[in-house]
Write a protein that binds this ligand. Structure first.
Ligand code: AMP
Length: 295
């Protein structure tokens, strides 16, 4: 595995692969790699001639009171995992390389960035959209791989790719979970053993909400109430930032809408909670069209 720490070298290397007609697959990450990341890496390897993984903890997507400086960094372990998985190139640019003095251009996706996590993390998605645009311009992949766990992020990146005519296919991969259902996340490392156990409430609640949506008579506001109550009932949950049903394309909260409209469509159930030092998110996409077809 080749390790590249400089954007210009990465661009030159990519150019050589592209001239040879190789397809490039790309997995952008912030490191502290776990099974979720590695599922993206595996899919990337299967579908492309050359696989590139980046590790870059992007300062501009963290708010001033967020965990940028304490974000877990395990570069040696990460490199060993990627090498073992057969990745061709590990790209680890420095902050000064990505944001040299005088850097002044940002990518802002309207509307989608203000909803769900955007309400609680102002500027977060501007930072994400900017860094991913830069990375896609540097790596120029045929396909880039993202996790459904960060549903809003994947949706925003798809919008960027469409709006800015970037020639990359964005592939969204299923959420990988621990045995008790907790979505794998680098931030799970912040949890104490008791908190880690309590965190299973998130996915348990999403599953109950999903069953409720799929079941007979209920309104989406009942679903929202169930989610908020079930999450708040866990004593180690310090705050429920949001827990509701959303339109999976616009990310609007749809709980006050007529439920019959959504009986025929798709509903995104999503939640963000704080447990101790960790802010954890998860979601479940409920597809009523699949159910109708099966019936
Ligand atoms: P991060 O390092 O947290 O920025 O994540 C890098 C990529 O891995 C993003 O596209 C995430 O959505 C994806 N990812 C993170 N956790 C999971 C998971 N549990 N399952 C699948 N993909 C994930």
């Amino acid at each position: 595995m080749e390790v590249i720490r400089n954007a210009r070298v990465m661009q030159q290397t990519v150019k050589e692969y592209l001239q040879r007609g190789s397809s490039i697959g790309f997995v952008p990450t912030m490191g502290a790699l776990h099974g979720g990341h590695m599922s993206l890496v595996q899919r990337c390897r299967e579908e492309n001639d050359v696989s590139v993984v980046s590790i870059f903890v992007n300062p501009i997507q963290f708010g001033p009171s967020e965990d940028f400086s304490s974000y877990p960094r395990n570069t040696e372990d990460d490199a060993a995992k990627l090498q073992e998985a057969g990745v061709d190139i590990l790209f680890m640019p420095g902050v000064e390389d990505m944001y040299p003095e005088g850097f002044a251009t940002f990518v802002e996706v309207e509307r989608l960035s203000d909803r769900l996590c955007g309400r609680f993390r102002p500027g977060h998605f501007r930072g994400v959209a900017t860094v991913v645009t830069k990375l896609l311009n540097i790596v120029r992949p045929s396909r880039a791989y993202f996790g459904q766990k960060d549903y809003q992020q994947a949706l925003i990146i798809k919008q960027v790719v469409r709006d800015l005519n970037i020639e990359t296919e964005t592939v969204v991969c299923p959420t990988v979970r621990e045995a008790d259902g907790l979505a794998m996340s680098s931030r799970n490392l912040y949890l104490s053993p008791r908190e880690r156990k309590a965190a299973a409430v998130i996915y348990r609640t999403l599953c109950r909400a999903r069953d409720m949506v799929l079941g007979a008579e209920c309104s989406l506001s009942d679903v929202k109430n169930l989610m908020e109550e079930a999450l708040s009932a866990e004593p180690l949950v310090d705050e429920v930032e949001y827990a509701s049903a959303f339109d999976p394309e616009t990310l609007e909260d749809i709980c006050s809408r007529d439920v019959t409209i959504y009986r025929k469509g798709r509903v995104l159930l999503a939640a963000a909670v704080r447990i101790g030092r960790a802010r954890l998110i998860d979601n479940e996409l409920v597809d009523m069209t699949a159910q109708e077809e099966a019936a």
